[in-house]
Design a protein around this ligand. Structure first.
Ligand code: PMP
Length: 360
């Protein structure tokens, strides 16, 4: 007789993981929105140094890293949640807030982890379609909030469509949300946004909205996706306490903590890399548009394009992989006939565009 699993195991969708990790060298890995820049030497050294003390558990209060983030953002350390990637905080939020009878509202297509939250908890997921420009429709989202709503997720800029909405729209939306409903503003890509201007302006909103949580990560701008460090800036201490309550105490290893801490000390270089990524993105968008393909206005480190009608998504994705370029098929992310392509190095982007031109 097979093992009998909990009912939710049948409900939880399988995360559309990227393939290609077994294809060896010389692959343009443009499928997971990682940074194309390797961690800085000082960051690698900081992580290596602490491994010598690996017989000890990490400090379970993560006081040094939380203190550094608190200083950087001008918040009390007890309003900084950390996680094994920001995904860890998202899943913990689902566990802490949702249960059968509760509802979670988010736009769709959006980040592929969001559907897990409802499936894992037995809550109801309300997926609100993006507008005609593949942007969040906050009025439509607001109209789906009911007495059962516990959590609203706003991904800004949105993964997979790369689009951002202005902070004044978010602010107006928050003003209309009851303070007992938690709103997570997932800002994994905020620093890459030209539309948002100041990527830190949202922090001001925390002062007026204790139900707001800003979710951020070291995986994108800081280029530490493999180390797994995410954080949340919380409008209230309650959220941080709740997400810590549902997790194991040691969710963040010492090397990851040391790397993140060191990365924060090199903000100038981090910002130069962001600028370089934006320049590469603008060039990539322009070249792809030059092929006659519709590309969304990207505010992230990836682009989102709609394939011409005659193109078959699967064939294009397979053809790109045969040319050693890995991208993400829109079909696996909620929209058929689209592609999500991470901004790579100049060479990687050229390889992608060359391959796409051949295939179309
Ligand atoms: N939010 C969004 C919108 C993302 O795209 C991602 C990563 N793809 C994450 C959160 C999670 O990133 P991490 O767990 O690496 O911090």
């Amino acid at each position: 007789m097979p093992i009998e699993f909990a009912e939710r195991i049948r409900r939880i969708p399988v995360y559309p993981v990227a393939g290609g990790y077994d294809l060896g060298e010389d692959i343009a890995m443009l499928a997971s929105n990682e940074s194309c820049f390797a961690p800085l030497g000082a960051v690698v050294e900081a992580a290596q140094r602490v491994i010598a003390g690996g017989n000890r558990y990490p400090d379970p209060s993560y006081s040094v890293l939380r203190g550094a983030l608190a200083d950087r953002y001008g918040l009390q350390p007890d309003r900084i949640a950390l996680g094994n990637g920001s995904c860890d905080i998202l899943l913990a939020a689902g566990e802490a807030l949702l249960e059968p009878g509760a509802e979670v509202v988010y736009a769709w297509p959006s980040f592929s982890v969001y559907p897990h939250l409802a499936a894992a908890s037995g809550a109801r997921a309300i997926e609100v379609p993006l507008d005609a420009d593949d942007r969040h429709d906050l009025d439509a989202i607001a109209s789906e909030i009911t007495v059962a709503t516990r959590l609203v997720l706003i991904c800004n800029p949105n993964n997979p469509t790369s689009t951002a909405i202005g902070l004044e729209q978010v602010e107006r939306f928050l003003d209309g949300v009851s303070p007992n409903v938690c709103v997570i503003l997932d800002e994994a890509y905020a620093e890459f946004s030209l539309a948002l201007g100041d990527p830190y302006a949202s922090i001001e909103l925390l002062r007026r909205h204790p139900n707001l949580v800003l979710l951020r990560t070291f995986s994108k701008v800081y280029g530490l996706a493999g180390l797994r460090v995410g954080y949340a800036l919380c409008g209230s201490v309650d959220f941080r306490v709740a997400v810590d309550q549902v997790r194991q105490p040691f969710y963040l290893g010492i090397a990851a903590q040391a790397a993140a801490l060191e990365a924060l000390r090199h903000q100038d270089e981090v910002e130069r890399r962001v600028e370089r990524t934006i320049a590469l993105r603008l060039a990539l968008e322009e070249t792809v548009r030059g092929l006659g393909v519709w590309v969304a206005e990207s505010d992230a480190n990836f682009i989102w394009l709609h394939l011409p009608e005659e193109a078959v998504e699967e064939d294009v994705v397979r053809g790109l992989a045969e040319r050693r370029v890995l991208v993400r098929a829109g079909g696996s992310l909620g929209r058929d006939g689209a592609l999500r392509v991470t901004v790579g190095t100049e060479g990687e982007n050229e390889r992608f565009v060359g391959a796409l031109a051949e295939l179309l």
